[in-house]
Every structure is written in C-alpha cells, then in structure tokens.
Write a protein that binds this ligand. Structure first.
Ligand code: C2E
Ligand code: MG
Ligand code: MG
Length: 705
C-alpha cells in the first residue's frame, strides 16, 4: 500500500468517526486513547517533543521529565537495546523492546531527513503491549543466572549483569564477542552444535554442559538452557537466548564421585567396578570380532608379611610401586586394575594366542625382580599370576574372573613367583580349599584341634630337655590334618589369633602338668606365626596363659622365624624384650632358611637357634648343608646360644651333629610327635630313665661314648 492511497483513506475515514473534530484533533484523540506515545528527538537523541500522555502511559513517563533529556537516560534499555538505539543515532531506523513497570514496551525509531536527505532528528513511537506475561527482561536483569542473547553467528548482543559475578566480564565487554571463542576447546564442538543447532533433535529443555573461559582465564562449568527465537512471519530463527548457571562445584563433586566410584585412590588404577565394566566391554568386543581376551590375575607373594613387619605405610608404597611398574609395561588398550588388597588384574585384548598372554606374564615377573625401596629398606617382592582366556576357558565375566583367581592360587601352591594357565581340573581343587577354609572357622568351637608333642633331647646327657607343641586338626571328613594344610588359611583369615591363644593355653596347661619336683624343669616350645607375633596384646596374652596355667615362665619357649625379625628391627626388638622380661625363652625356628642379619641377632634376647630340617636332612651327604649346619652351630656358640637340630632321622646325622658340638636334637629318630592323650603316660614311662627306647629305635651307639 503506497502512502498516497493510505493518506487518502485516512482523510476519507476520520470525519466519519469524529465528525466534529479537525484531523489534528482526531489524531490527538487517537494518540491519547491508544497505548501510544509519539516522540521527536534531535540528532543527539534528546527528546524535543512528546505527544499528550495517554492514560496507559501515566506511569511510563511525564512530559516534564522527558523533555530535553537523552532518551537512553529515561528508558531502561538493556545493553543490547542500547546498541540498537545507537544505530538510530547513526541514521538508521531501529526497534527496541524494554520493560517498564512490568510492562513490555515496543519502540520504533525513524530518522527524520530534510530535502537534502540529511538526518535532522529522530521520530519515535512507543507502544505498550499491555502484556502481563512473565517479564523476561526484568527476570534477566535480576536473575542470578546469566542470560545472554546471541545472533546465529554466536555473537553476543546481550548479557545480563550477573555475568560479572560469574565470569568477571562486564556485560559491555561481552557485546560483539563470539561466544564460541570462550568455549573450552574440548567442549566447543558439541556445545556449539547444541547451542545453535536448529534441528529438532535438541529439545529446548535439554541442558548443555560445557566449560567457558572466565576473565581470569579459569574455566567455569556452565549449564545452559537455550531457546531459539523464531520469527513468526518468516519462520527463520533469528536469535538464541541462553540461560546459564555455574555448575562448577556440582561438576567437581560429580567428577570426584565418579573418580571414587571407578578408581582406586591409592594407586590411581581402575578399581573393581571399572575393571568389571572394562572386562564386560572387552568380552563384547571380542564377541563381535571373534577375537580373544586374556585375563591375568596377580597377587603379590607374602604381601602380608611386609605389611605386618614394615607397617602399612610401606605396604602402601609397595602397592603404588607395583601399580607403576604394571602400567609401564601395559600396551595402550590394556586395562591394569587393582581389585583391592594386593590383587591386581590385567586385561589383554586383541591377542592371537595364549603364548601372547604368557609373554606378558613373564614380562611382569621380570619387572618385579628389581627391589622396591620402602622406607629406606630394599625389598624384593615376587608375584603369582593366574591366566584365563576368553572364549576358551569361559565366555562370561564372572567365570573368567573366578578361573583367573583359581589359576593364581594354583601358582601360589606350586611355589609362587610364576604364572599358570587355568585348567578345568583346578576348579575341584579350589572348591576343596574353600570348604576347608570354611570348616576351619568352626574347628575351634567344635574342639577339633589337638596338640601333638615332640620331645627334644640333650645329645650329651640324653635327657629330655623340652617338648615342642605341634598342632593337628581332626577334620570330620578328611581325618587328621597337619599344620601346613591349614595354618596358612588361619593366618590369612585371622583365625590364627584365636587358635594361637588356644594352642598357647593348652600347651602351658600340659607343661604345668608334666613338671614334677623330682625332675629338672622341662620346657614346652610353642610356635608363633607372623600374625600372632604382631598382634597387639601378645605379651599380655602370654602373661595371662602363664598365670592361668601356673607354669613358671622359664618353662615356656616361644619359637619365632627369621622372617619376623627381618623387618622393623626397633619394633621387633621391643616385642622380644618385653617377652624376655616375662622370663620366658625365645628360639629361632628353621634358622638358616630366611635372611636374618647376624648383626641384629646379638641385639635380640634369644636363647636358642633351631637348625632347619632342610639342612639336617642331607647333612651327612651334602657338603654345602654340612657347612651351613656347622656354621650355625659355630654362630650359636659365639653368641652363647643353645643350638638344636630338628628333623633328625638317622644315626649319621647324630654322629655329625655331635661331632660339631650341637647341644640338642629333635626328630623321628628319637620320637615322633606324640598325641596329647598319650603324652603323660609316655613321659611317666620314659622320663625317669632319661634314655629313650622309643618305637624300637635304640639310642645311637655314638651316644654311649
Ligand atoms: P616346625 O616348627 O619346624 O616343626 C617341625 C616339623 O617337623 C613338624 O611338622 C614335625 O612334625 C616335623 N618333624 C619332626 N621331626 C621330624 C623328622 O624326623 N622328620 C621329618 N620329616 N619331619 C619331622 P608339623 O607338625 O607338620 O609342623 C609343620 C610346621 O607347622 C611347623 O614347623 C611349624 O612351623 C608349624 N606349626 C606346627 N604347630 C604349630 C602351631 O601350634 N602354631 C603355629 N603357628 N605353627 C605351627
Ligand atoms: Mg617349630
Ligand atoms: Mg622348624
């Protein structure tokens, strides 16, 4: 519609509506009744004329306050709107939208040009929509969230004041900035797509999470809900409004929780949960590609000893060190995880054959050969590895894990520091072990343990000088079991503590019973395990057992092993002194099989060295063993300790030992371990004679000389 036609129509129309008014009067009335204000401004934007106030605008402005003032001062324009207004000052027409007293006002501005087309002023029309909808602008200005508006190129043309608090920029600084430049490089691609994508995939309510750079260079996590502003007429998206909030703290908490849920905090390796997830995925991948997965299950050998003797700090250091070596050896794509304690796993994907897995296992064993430095000690730790393969051994996660565990235990049984592939028959053995372990829990309350006693003799006087208590288990199904079959489980499960107390108390009671006024005192030797030695109330427990039984302290000898002495000399020394102060005797069992520092031996309050059975066995035929036994006897003499040879089975051994000055002997040649029920009658029969003729074995000839 062109202007000529338009003005003709108005001229024709108005008199029919208001017949008694001039056109000027009619226009005034229209303006006064409509929610409109008309404005004229000079080229600087100062208001020079204002139409009579329409009632609807009463609150909006009044003539006096508006006249001769720059429009930007009287209108609450946001930064974005102010930009549009500035364009008007440069001679362009423009549109602004703002909120006043809760009302949404639209404003249109046009340059007023003279005949030479020079801008002489600005005309403005303000229109009150009377809208009572929630007031977005007002909300934006006062929101703690950041409200921003962007054109479709990402350029910011409005930012709410809260942006300063969150990001440090003033709203002005952000105007004209492309928002993508502020995105974290890792998030930019996805955030941009979600921010400005116009496809319907992105729901307006879908939150976008990304990091945005604050003025100080830090990245802040933002959660943004965006809304596309679509032009009603053209259906073209013209603008994106974004409401963003700082979720950095929440994100950090989430990350931390995520980390805690999936990673082991000591070593930083994936934990059991993440390991299971990775294994499940590896199996799924192998299933698709008809590939193989190998699972290696590692358990450090004698880790508990290190923890017990050097302390948890050293134990932790060791675990971290092991994790580091395993990671260093791993290829990309392999998963090294810690399941807990000293158990580690390695998942190998894309292997061709079992030989590949064996090669990795060998490499790990090799890596472990170098000593670890723990709190100033150099410690060598070996590991036992079990290997199982998908799909050969199992096709699901839990069976793979079980198999690998079983194979690892078999490695331990076969002497540790090695690897084993899982085989089907291992399972039976593992089940057996499990049952045994479970039975052990009830053995004490069911009174299934019994002490056997093996006498010790003086080689010169042939008198019985002591008796070693050796525990046996009457298993309801499997019959009589020796300690090697169950002590390791008792140690591992902690049952050894209660069991050890029973052994000590029982041994003391028997020993009290066999002392008699007519004879020299006869000590009972009781074995202590590593865990018992480090139990907190050991000294108290020993004292109590002595008091309750009435056994004189010098009639009790505790046997400890070299491995208990090897670490943490200060602590060991103080425990030993406390025990010695009770008046009891201390001996080192299986001497020569561990590594004890000779230097420390003289610092400990010891009474006896026991030459290990393994040296005694071939003493007469193996020069090396003979040399070791001789050296131990010499050492004992030098340190003024008693020395006893255990496991003596032959006359030749007796000759040899006697010839080298060994004091005491213990072994089947003289007496096998005797069940407790037979002990007192046995003692009554044999003790008065001092010389033993037991089970048809004569006291060797050499003894008579
Ligand atoms: P140990 O303390 O070195 O005990 C000596 C082992 O040698 C005993 O085996 C004994 O029966 C065996 N033995 C004795 N004389 C001969 C011989 O002439 N020939 C042969 N071949 N063997 C002989 P046992 O009773 O099976 O005990 C094995 C190990 O179990 C013990 O070695 C000890 O370390 C541990 N043990 C035994 N009883 C207890 C206990 O009450 N508590 C703890 N913590 N450990 C125990
Ligand atoms: Mg012993
Ligand atoms: Mg021994």
């Amino acid at each position: 519609m062109n202007n000529a036609v338009y003005s003709h129509k108005i001229d024709a129309l108005l008199p029919t509506v208001y017949p008694h008014h001039t056109i000027d009067q009619t226009l005034d009335m229209i303006v006064a009744r409509a929610p409109l204000s008309l404005l004229a401004m000079d080229v600087q934007g100062c208001v020079t004329w204002c139409s009579p106030l329409p009632p609807a605008h009463n609150e909006l402005h009044n003539e006096v306050s508006w006249l001769h003032r720059p429009l930007v001062e009287v209108l609450p324009l946001s930064h974005g709107e102010a930009l549009a207004w500035r364009a008007c000052l440069r001679g362009e027409s423009g549109y602004v939208k703002f909120v006043l007293n809760g009302k949404l006002i639209h404003g249109w501005f046009y340059p007023l040009r003279d005949s030479g087309n020079h801008v002489q002023g600005i005309a403005g029309i303000l229109f009150d929509t009377g809208t009572t909808e929630p007031n977005h602008q007002l909300l934006a200005e006062h929101s703690t969230d950041v409200v921003t508006k962007h054109n479709m190129d990402g350029i910011i043309h409005y930012a709410s004041p809260s942006v300063t608090r969150l990001l440090g920029y003033t709203p002005d600084e952000l105007l004209g900035v492309t928002v993508f430049e502020l995105f974290h490089p890792d998030d930019a691609k996805l955030a941009r797509k979600k921010f400005f994508g116009t496809d319907r995939d992105y729901q307006p309510s879908e939150a976008i999470h990304y990091r945005i750079r604050a003025k100080n260079g830090d990245y802040i996590w933002f959660e943004t809900i965006r809304k596309l502003i679509i032009d009603a007429a053209s259906q073209i998206t013209t603008e994106v409004v974004a409401v963003s909030r700082d979720i950095t703290e929440r994100k950090m908490t989430e990350d931390r929780l995520m980390y805690l849920a999936n990673f082991d905090s000591l070593t930083g390796l994936p934990n059991r949960a993440l390991f299971r997830d990775r294994l499940r995925r590896a199996i799924a991948r192998a299933q698709r590609n008809e590939g193989r997965v190998a699972l290696l299950f590692l358990d450090l050998d004698r880790f508990k000893n290190i923890n017990d003797s050097l302390g948890h700090h050293a134990g932790d250091q060791l675990l971290r060190g092991v994790a580091k070596r395993l990671l260093k050896n791993a290829r990309e794509g392999d998963t090294v995880a810690r399941l807990g304690g000293d158990e580690f796993t390695v998942i190998l994907e894309g292997i061709e054959s079992s030989e590949d897995a064996a090669a990795v296992a060998r490499k790990i064993l090799e890596l472990m050969e170098a000593p670890f430095k723990l709190d100033g000690h150099e410690i060598v730790v070996s590991t036992s590895i079990g290997i199982t393969l998908y799909p050969e051994d199992a096709t699901d996660m839990s069976n793979l894990l079980k198999n690998a565990d079983t194979a690892m235990y078999r490695t331990k049984e076969k002497g540790r520091n090695n690897y084993q592939f899982y085989t089907a028959d291992m399972n039976d053995k593992a089940i057996e072990t499990l049952i045994l372990e479970n039975d052990l829990r009830h053995a004490l309350e069911r009174d299934e343990f019994e002490l056997y006693f093996q006498p010790q003799f003086d080689l010169h006087t042939r008198a019985i000088i002591g008796i070693e208590a050796l525990v046996r288990w009457h298993h309801p199904v499997r019959g009589l079991l020796g300690p090697n079959k169950f002590i390791p489980f008792a140690e591992e499960s902690g049952l050894i503590i209660a069991m050890g107390e029973w052994i000590l108390r029982t041994a003391c009671r028997f020993a009290r019973a066999w002392q008699s006024p007519g004879h020299a005192p006869l000590h009972v030797a009781v074995n202590l395990s590593m865990r018992q030695f480090h139990q907190r109330n050991l000294v108290e427990m020993v004292k109590q057992a002595l008091t309750d039984s009435g056994l004189p302290p010098h009639c009790l000898e505790l046997e400890i092993t070299e491995s208990m002495l090897a670490h943490n000399v200060e602590k060991t020394s103080s425990i030993l002194h406390e025990l010695a102060n009770l008046g009891i005797r201390l001996s080192i069992d299986d001497f020569g099989t561990g590594y004890s520092s000779l230097h420390y031996l003289k610092r400990f309050p010891l009474n006896t060295l026991k030459i290990a059975q393994s040296f005694v066995q071939d003493i007469a035929s193996e020069p090396d063993d003979a040399a070791i036994a001789e050296a131990i006897i010499g050492l004992a003499k030098a340190l003024r300790l008693n020395v006893i040879a255990e496991g003596v089975e032959t006359d030749e051994q007796v000759y040899f030992l006697r010839g080298r000055g060994c004091d005491w002997v213990q072994g089947d040649l003289f007496s096998k371990p005797i069940p407790s029920s037979d002990l007192l009658p046995w003692l009554r029969r044999n003790r008065p004679h001092f010389v033993v003729y037991q089970q048809g074995v004569l006291w060797p000839e050499a003894m008579h000389g």
